[in-house]
Design a protein around this ligand. Structure first.
Ligand SMILES: [Zn+2]
Length: 58
């Protein structure tokens, strides 16, 4: 077993698979101030989803 030297962050969407890039704490895209660890890939997807949601509201 290899122990990572960096903080052991796990993407909150990792169970869905498809993680890519760096996992770090990112602000929630849903307008709340909560932060959650997400990889680059899932953060991009979340941003996209949030953008569509915002457009639909207008
Ligand atoms: Zn991920």
């Amino acid at each position: 077993m290899t122990v990572k030297e960096e903080l052991d962050l796990v993407c909150i969407d990792s169970r869905h698979g498809g993680c890519a890039g760096e996992v770090m704490y990112r602000e929630s895209t849903s307008g709340t101030r909560a932060t959650a660890p997400r990889c680059d890939q899932h953060h991009a997807m979340a941003m996209e989803r949030a953008e569509k949601r915002t457009r639909r509201c207008r």
